[in-house]
Design a protein around this ligand. Structure first.
Ligand code: NAD
Length: 376
């Protein structure tokens, strides 16, 4: 039996009885079976993966589980955001039951955020809650969606409206699996990495400005960027597990970003989530400068870095455009409650100095968007 490879980094998510580790480093897929056998002895494993990731990475996971004497079955869903829907949830739940996985067995989510959110939600509801392990394979999933226990699916009324908080028992982020991810998807995940610097870690943002090429290439810089991001997310989640307070800081760039995803019809050919967040973050900083909250040079610096890695930063960067200011405002109103013409936004006084602004004037946002659309 193979012994577990020592991960390059271990980040603890301090949640009392629901505490867990995030293991980060190269080569962890091959040793995942041994790690799971050690931490969850005697459990069968239902691997949920998508049709793109499964053929690439599931065989190595299955070989490791088999070598560790663990029964494993594979459940494959189509790749893509459309998989986060009731019909696919029913399919996954049905297969878990058909494979006779018991309450004490384990669901292993092997894929990007779509698989993690769907499999995690299935684990939350099958037999009133099964343990699950996240093996995130996209950069976005490694630095964001696999940590924190938000699981769920989309509704025709909007994204992520149906779900549960269900923490994983372990997260295994093998930094080598990102080598098969497309550059576009890697970049999209990188927007969330940069976000942690922009929220409250100016030193990390400066490090990224100097070392982003190494993060894209792989090796030590990639491990460090992912570990720093996970540490940042773990700290926020430990403070505010169910988002009653400052977990909302993680939404930097997401209010504008979600509106852009909505007006482009969630069409990944035009815009994927991380790209929308990149434009949204650049906008949040430009809007902050317009309100006089930060120096005019701050958004220039933020935009320069996002552009350097190849991310979009302007509405004009979206193929087919972003429509009209009124349509964008309507989408923002869907995403976040507008109370008496006031909005909640994450704004900034500088790089790494973001804060929750609860009383933003909606008319001011609309005027800002009109100027952005006009290229002013
Ligand atoms: P995704 O799961 O659709 O993955 C993106 C694409 O990359 C897919 O086509 C997938 O098959 C492919 N892929 C993934 N790993 C690969 C690999 N190693 N090699 C080759 N291809 C690979 O999308 P995503 O960007 O990972 O996640 C987005 C989802 O995450 C959204 O649904 C979003 O709502 C959700 N999300 C959830 C949270 C949370 O806290 N739960 C946080 C952020 C985002």
């Amino acid at each position: 039996m193979m012994t577990a490879v020592e991960p390059a980094e271990r980040v603890a998510v301090a949640l009392g009885a629901r505490a867990y580790d995030i293991l980060i480093g190269p080569g962890l897929v091959a040793s995942a079976g041994a790690e799971i056998a050690r931490r969850f002895p005697g459990r069968a494993v239902g691997i949920v993966t998508d049709a793109t990731v499964g053929p690439l990475h599931a065989p190595a996971v299955e070989a490791g589980l088999e070598a560790a004497g663990i029964r494993a079955v594979r459940i494959t869903v189509p790749a893509g955001e459309a998989t986060k829907r009731f019909a696919m949830l029913e399919e996954v739940v049905d297969q878990i039951l058909a494979h006779r996985l018991e309450r004490g067995d384990l669901i292993l989510a092997l894929g990007g955020g779509v698989v993690g959110d769907l499999a995690g939600f299935a684990a939350a509801i099958v037999r009133r809650g099964m343990a699950f392990v996240q093996m995130p394979t996209s950069l976005l999933a490694q630095v964001d969606s696999s940590v924190g226990g938000k699981t769920g699916i989309n509704s025709r009324h909007g994204k992520n409206l149906i779900g549960a908080f269900h923490q994983p028992g372990l997260v295994i982020a093998d930094t080598d699996v990102l080598d098969t991810l497309s550059t576009r998807e890697f970049r999209a995940g990188y927007a969330e990495v940069a976000k942690y610097g922009l929220i409250d870690d100016p030193g990390f943002f400066a490090w990224l400005e100097a070392n982003w090429r190494g993060v894209f290439q792989g090796g030590r810089d990639r491990v460090q960027a992912i570990a720093t991001s996970c540490r940042a997310k773990a700290a926020v989640v430990a403070r505010d597990e169910t988002e009653t307070g400052d977990r909302a800081l993680l939404n930097l760039g997401h209010t504008f970003g979600h509106a852009l995803e909505a007006v482009t019809g969630y069409d990944s050919a035009r815009l994927v989530h991380g790209e929308a967040v990149a434009i949204g973050m650049a906008q949040a900083f430009r809007f902050s400068a317009r309100l006089g909250l930060c120096d005019a040079q701050v958004p220039v610096r933020v935009e320069a870095h996002l552009k350097a890695v190849g991310l979009p930063t302007r509405l004009a960067d979206i193929p087919g455009g972003a429509g009209e200011a009124g349509t964008l405002m309507a989408a923002i109103g869907q995403d976040k409650k507008v109370a008496r013409g006031r909005l909640t936004f994450i704004l900034a006084r500088g790089v790494g100095e973001s804060f929750i602004a609860r009383d933003v004037d909606a008319a001011g946002v609309e005027a800002f968007l009109a100027d952005e659309l006009a290229g002013r």
